[in-house]
Design a protein around this ligand. Structure first.
Ligand code: FES
Ligand SMILES: [Fe+2]
Length: 341
């Protein structure tokens, strides 16, 4: 599926960047192939426009913010958060030509991130309950570009067969390649998937898992939020520690994503410091990134049309593809993909 060609994907919210990145001025982002600029119209309130001035096409992200509006860095034309040009400094009284405006987008802050929808969203920004549940702390982890597709990243998130191979250097048990069964319940937002995962517990992870046993269990309550967000809901039964990761595979274009990842823990900084939690998950992320960047990003969602072999543990990914195909069909679209094999 080539995400930039599937119009319905423009009607979902995506986490595009940490809001803290806007404190020193506007920033560019490419979402589904569209160049946008985001800035702070007031503290904690972001806005998004097309990154292209309607005067002589300069990128507005090269400009600056003044009184909540964005000022083009070329000749100073000024735009409000709805995209209307409100001032042309060279004209008498700053008057503007009729119809001078730039495309605006839906833009909100949530969970420390700026979220953008290119068109009227079909549903709300996903609800992540740990954000407001007492006893949890939020930890910013990773924000980085990967050369893969959003679907590849999502299916990998529910693929328990790769742990013994991709993660054999961190938590994977090489001699236990057969994954436990997943219990999957489809929901209105995607699905929930519960399973148990035995893991290697090296000394570097003792304070993460809360145990010093050589191996331990993860009890997983994962969720997939259509189209490209997921919850990694890990509980360590022995210690009662929760390690709840949210990932957004925000589609930049057909072959790259911005991975946004943050974490909720039900313990304290004394139990396990933020730096330790980032240091533990960082090499795991590199392992996933390296294998995903070695795949073809053009994952075909209609599995009748492209040859890929599957095994029983690929079921979550296959449900994902079916639900995405159904979404396209409900909106009168057919899948666009590049490969013909
Ligand atoms: S190009 Fe933006 S003000 Fe001229
Ligand atoms: Fe992985």
């Amino acid at each position: 599926m080539l995400v930039t060609k599937q119009k319905v994907l423009r009607k979902f919210w995506y986490a595009v960047m940490p809001i803290a990145m806007l404190e020193d001025g506007p920033k560019p982002f490419t979402l589904l192939g569209e160049n946008i600029v985001v800035w702070l119209k007031s503290p904690g309130k972001p806005a998004a426009l097309q990154d292209r001035c309607c005067h002589r096409t300069a990128k507005l992200s090269k400009g600056f913010v003044e009184n909540g509006n964005i000022v083009c860095g070329y000749h100073g034309w000024t735009f409000d958060c709805a995209g209307a040009c409100v001032r042309v400094p060279q004209n008498a009284d700053g008057s503007v030509p009729a119809g001078a405006m730039v495309q605006s987008y839906y833009c909100e802050e949530r969970y420390g991130y700026v979220w953008v929808a290119l068109e009227k969203p079909l549903r709300d920004i996903p609800f992540f309950p740990e954000e407001t549940t007492p006893g949890y702390r939020r930890i910013f982890q990773f924000y980085e570009r990967w050369e893969t597709s959003a679907l590849r990243m999502m299916e990998n998130s529910f693929d328990n067969s790769h742990f013994s191979y991709v993660h054999r250097g961190t938590f994977g048990l090489y001699d236990q390649p057969k994954p436990e069964k997943y219990e999957i319940n489809e929901t209105d937002y995607g699905f929930e998937a519960e399973t148990l995962v035995p893991i290697k517990n090296v000394p570097a992870s003792y304070r993460v898992t809360g145990t010093t046993d050589d191996t331990t269990m993860r009890h997983m309550f994962n969720r997939w939020y259509l189209p490209f967000s997921r919850r990694f809901g890990c509980q360590y039964p022995g210690s009662g520690r929760h390690h709840i990761i949210y990932n957004c595979a925000t589609p930049i274009d057909d072959g790259s994503i911005m991975l946004a990842q943050w974490l909720y823990r039900n313990d304290t900084e004394e139990d396990c410091a933020e730096a330790e939690l980032i240091a533990w998950d960082a090499p795991i992320l590199v392992e996933d990134r390296e294998i995903l960047e070695a795949t073809d990003p053009d994952a075909c969602i209609d599995v009748r049309r492209k040859q890929e072999f599957h095994m029983a543990s690929d079921r979550p990914g296959l449900i994902m593809r079916r639900m995405l195909l159904q979404l396209l069909e409900e909106h009168g679209e057919t899948e666009v993909f590049r490969s013909k094999d």
